[in-house]
Design a protein around this ligand. Structure first.
Ligand code: GLU
Length: 304
């Protein structure tokens, strides 16, 4: 097939999926998008001050927070193209953090930042903090700070529903596997499974389009992200095998802003204690089928 024909075929399939989602195709479960009514409202801290944080001071002067997120990850960080509104578990985490920092969550300006650009966005002050399936690891900790973790994910594999050869990462030799530039799953794929043919794009949704249009054999990233895509297209896609890594999600902050990092650590703990974390999970990520786990322990590491 020529490139154009392949693209057209992918487009047709995407439209079919869209139509199926819209009117509930017979025999398929209804698409369970996060319903905004069920979302918790977060109490905004009054009189909260954090003068030791340059990021917080700048946001106060500006009057609102700028938060980096993803826009194409169902149940996590998703932007509605019609309304421009963002929804998902990471969006809820961003909102509850804003409320704890004394900002009305409704005033947040969300900014979509791809995996490969997160560190520079934080270093350049383009965003105040980042909430978007952002794995805490030593390499990244050299460049940015991390509050949390607030969730534990694990690398997994997404394949087409009719795929019979791939059951786990051991089956990837000779297969074309798609992931995202600047992500930990891509690095692990290249380092630990060198016999797989790795392909990298800027976003996971492009990988999924490529999977549906038969241009790649699998997509690899966190189970959370993949379960979201599978839940949206249960007749076309499935997640296989057990997670084969630990991906602790943190909130990225500018590296030197320890005051902000500690305030967010406190806020995560408080929101886990008062039930907001669980309510947010149930209204978002929980809808892709996995019941609320126990959140991991916050790692309040010292300033460095
Ligand atoms: N959690 C992984 C990472 O931070 C994969 C998801 C993503 O690219 O955001 O790289």
């Amino acid at each position: 097939m020529t490139r154009i024909r392949r693209t057209l075929a992918a487009l047709a399939l995407a439209l079919t999926l869209l139509a199926a989602g819209g009117c509930g195709k017979e025999g398929s479960p209804p698409v369970k998008g996060p319903s905004p009514e069920a979302l918790p409202a977060y109490q905004v801290a009054t009189g909260f001050r954090l003068p030791a944080s340059p990021t917080w001071r700048k946001a106060k002067r500006r009057g609102y927070l700028v938060v980096g997120v993803k826009e194409d990850q169902p149940y996590l960080g998703e932007k509605d193209p019609a309304t421009g509104r963002y929804s998902g578990f990471d969006i809820e985490i961003a909102k509850m953090m804003a409320a704890s920092l004394g900002f009305d969550p409704k005033t947040i300006r969300f900014k979509t930042i791809a995996s490969a650009n997160r560190e520079t966005a934080l270093q350049n002050g383009q965003i105040d903090y980042y909430v978007g399936t952002y794995t805490i690891n030593p390499l990244r900790k050299r460049l940015v700070g991390f509050a949390g973790p607030y969730f534990m994910a694990g690398q997994s594999l997404l394949v087409r529903k009719d795929e019979n050869d791939i059951h786990g990462p051991q089956d990837l030799a000779g297969k074309t596997v798609c992931s995202v530039a600047g992500s930990t799953p891509l690095m692990r794929l290249q380092a630990d499974y060198p016999k797989a043919r790795a392909v990298a794009y800027d976003t996971y949704s492009v990988c999924v389009d490529n999977l549906i249009s038969l241009q790649v054999d699998a997509v690899t990233t966190d189970n959370t992200i993949l379960l979201g895509y599978a839940a949206k297209a249960p007749n076309e896609l499935k997640v296989v095998g057990k997670p084969f890594s630990k991906e602790p999600y943190g909130i990225g902050v500018p590296k030197k802003d320890t005051a902000l990092r500690f305030a967010l650590d406190d806020a995560i703990r408080a929101r886990e204690r008062n039930g907001d974390w669980r309510r947010a999970y149930n209204a978002t990520l929980g809808r892709s089928g996995v019941p609320a786990p126990r959140p991991p322990r916050v790692d309040r590491y010292p300033a460095r």
